[in-house]
Design a protein around this ligand. Structure first.
Ligand SMILES: Nc1ncnc2c1ncn2[C@@H]1O[C@H](COP(=O)(O)OP(=O)(O)O)[C@@H](O)[C@H]1O
Ligand SMILES: [Mg+2]
Length: 280
């Protein structure tokens, strides 16, 4: 395993906060969370970009109903500039879409790594938040994308298979990347309080079996729950953004609450209320 995968970069670039949205198992709601969290943070006054970092199975374009002519693939191959590939999404944020041409990048090579880092380095001064919508699991590409982020959000559902896979992914993040903490979003919950109970259970297992490089166990921070909500599926089917089209539904309200918490704890922690203020 190459060195770059072993530890998170120590503030490698300046500018935006980089948040990686990842999971153990696929299909748990990473893209849904990434897109709607971006809209919620944009609503709070932040300049936000979502980078489709699920290189092999990119589908952010489908969720947002965007049909870009230019994608990350064209930037990587030198056919287009970054500006040409950045697209405005409904919801007031920007996206950089991978496109189907990215399948060839689903294997981590030194070129993919360099291109990816160059793109991120160029994006960071221009945004307050960059969200990496990564793939699931613990492949090299996923771990590399996550290694570029200062904060990791693990999305899991209450299903046992999702939780065991989340455990495996967190274990790797703690041992290989020496993450001291990981933030948890429990999606598709049935009852209030489910996510906190699940996070506590996961924490107990991690405390017993996993220690970080410093000998301490990795700390899970429960950011919030998003209830299972039929409006989510309906919005996906209509290719609409939930936060824009059904802002009052339970899942949208939950995402807004997650955004508020992240804003106050991670994005603008020193500012009262977490709202971005313009510095003259
Ligand atoms: N809170 C929710 N309530 C109901 N359905 C959901 C919820 N979150 C996600 N889904 C369903 O799960 C599907 C997969 O979500 P997606 O974000 O594409 O997963 P991933 O990016 O992790 O593969 C969505 O298309 C949607 O139908
Ligand atoms: Mg996805």
């Amino acid at each position: 395993m190459s060195d770059v995968l072993k530890s998170p970069p120590a503030a490698p670039f300046t500018g935006a906060k980089v948040l990686a949205v990842t999971s153990g198992k696929g299909g748990v709601g990473k893209t849904f969370v990434s897109a709607n969290l971006a809209a919620a943070l944009a609503k709070r006054g932040h300049r936000v970009l979502v980078l489709d970092a699920d290189l092999g199975l990119a589908n952010l374009d489908v969720v947002l109903n965007l049909h870009p002519k230019t994608t990350l693939h064209d930037v990587f191959t030198g056919k287009a500039t970054l500006d040409e590939a950045i697209v405005k999404a409904p919801g007031g944020f920007s996206v950089l879409l991978a496109g189907s041409g990215m399948v060839e990048y689903s294997r981590l090579t030194p070129e993919v790594r360099d291109e990816f880092m160059d793109v991120l380095r160029s994006l960071m001064p221009r945004y307050d938040v960059v969200i990496l919508d990564t793939g699931a699991g613990i492949s090299d590409v996923v771990l590399f994308a996550v290694s570029l982020a200062s904060e990791v959000l693990v999305v899991a559902t209450p299903e046992p298979t999702s939780l065991t896979d989340a455990y495996a992914a967190i274990k790797v993040l703690a041992t290989q990347q020496k993450r001291q903490h990981v933030r948890m979003i429990i999606n598709q919950t049935a009852r209030p309080g489910d996510g906190r109970a699940i996070t506590t259970q996961l924490q107990q297992v991690l405390d017993r079996f996993v220690t970080t490089g410093s000998g301490r166990s990795v700390r899970l921070i429960h950011v919030g729950d998003i209830p299972a909500d039929p409006s989510v599926r309906e919005a996906v089917m209509r290719r609409q953004l939930l936060l824009v089209n059904v802002p009052g539904c339970p899942a949208a309200l939950a995402i807004s609450e997650v955004a508020r918490k992240l804003d106050e704890s991670v994005i603008s922690p020193s500012e009262f209320g977490g709202r971005k203020t313009t510095v003259p």
